[in-house]
Design a protein around this ligand. Sequence first.
Ligand SMILES: [Zn+2]
Length: 536
Amino acid sequence: MLIAALLALQTPPPDLVVMNARIWSDGRVVRGDCLAIRDGRFVYVGPFRPEMARSGTRVVDARGQMVIPGLIDSHTHLLEGGVGLFELQLRPATSKADFIRRVKEWNEKLPPGQWLTGNGWSAESWPEKEQPTKEWIDAVTGDRPAFLTRMDGHSALANSAALRKAGITKDGPKDPPGGVIDRDANGEPTGMLREEAVGLVQPPPPTEEERYRGLLAAVKEANRYGVTTVSDIASVANFDLYRRYASQAEPTLRFALYARTDDWNRTITAVNAFKNVPGWAEARGLKAFMDGSLGSRTAFMHAPFNELPPGKPKDWRGVPMPGAVDGTYRQGFRAAAAAGLQVIVHAIGDQANHDLLNLYENIPDLKARRFRVEHVQHLMPGDIPRFARLGVIPSLQPYHKADDGRYCEAVIGADRSRHSYAFRSLLAANASMVFGSDWDVVTIDPFAGINTAVTGKILTGKVWQPQQNITLDQALSCYTSNGAYAAFWENEIGRIAPGFRADFVVLNQRTPTARTLDRLAPSEVYVEGRKVYGQN
Ligand SMILES: [Zn+2]
């Protein structure tokens, strides 16, 4: 085999040779310290031989650091994330005063009349612990409408000008179903809008060029964290932006695309009509929702929540989406499978997961379709082995555990929390688990998620439910080869082996351990042998 590999190197010479690398692929460190690339694919992995580096071959010295396949983020909302990068970034705000100062400075840079939009704030981490109100920002924004989305996207702050444009006053409207317009004792809106009420204020939608600019920025953001492929969720109306991006000379991110579904038949037709750019932008399937979220207590649970949202009855356990119970999904899943498409469905609560597996169970040839469950946050123990048995792929975002871990036990109790983010249980039951970020809800940085999955460390610094911790090798597999399988790309990417596309990351550590994981990051990132991030 080695001789055959060496013969393959004879003519023509490789374009790029990486030497002195600690190469990791497919769950383990590989024998040999060298890899060679020609025409965008690995042609050799093994011991370094001087004759490989001939004239015309670029040589990169990895200085003994670990080299892994390009990371595959199996759950992103890249377009929203990219467009959001051009808004005011409020994640770094550290206090009320700092928040207001940032809004003021941004306001001064904007042309008159343009909306001020921002995202990423979270008052919970500020010393004041007060919820912001429109008065905080009215003084610095004046007549300009301002709309600032909270970190999780489930609530937002509007100033008086934005409330006026939306027709939200002391006299109305009433709270929309599933939403709250916060009001003071006199009925005056405070500016805070929650859940379904967030949509009452509508800043002008981004133009096509603004969306494309957002996509380009999102690609850069993904690449700098070592992400070279994503399973991305978008409106089918935006699929052509991805095609435009992937058709250019040297794209640096691959997209498996999933369309948000309203009308199943229409969306199936639209997804099938998409002209794939092979290897770069391929339409894979459809995305739907079984339930809501834990934070808003709208996840659909088997038993009532321990901590109830205001105004909800004692036996409140969330609600399923209408399509989950009225037969729409039953039909839609079948129609998608018959059309050769993959279905991926958001399910957070344990009942939502249970019901979704029941719906999937009846799909003909389910294993070949590789249907997925997105989030899989809370599970009844009996459902854990069903993923492998049915061939259904659990798609989790480990960094959500770092956030939810702070309040999960209060909301659903200690017992149910033991099977929340069941990384280890799912792998032990042979599930083909994949990892992703859910950017733009949280950072796209895969190493933040890997750190959480391996150490169980949550945002407070505490270790939470460590019985679900997994090894670094396992976490990396969820972010590489497993992710490739989940996107039907297992013969192309996710491994460092001859024949595979040469997407890889040179890390800044040789042997990362649980103690050094919080500093683990890419120092160089390559896509098909082209450097897309790093020094020089
Ligand atoms: Zn998502």
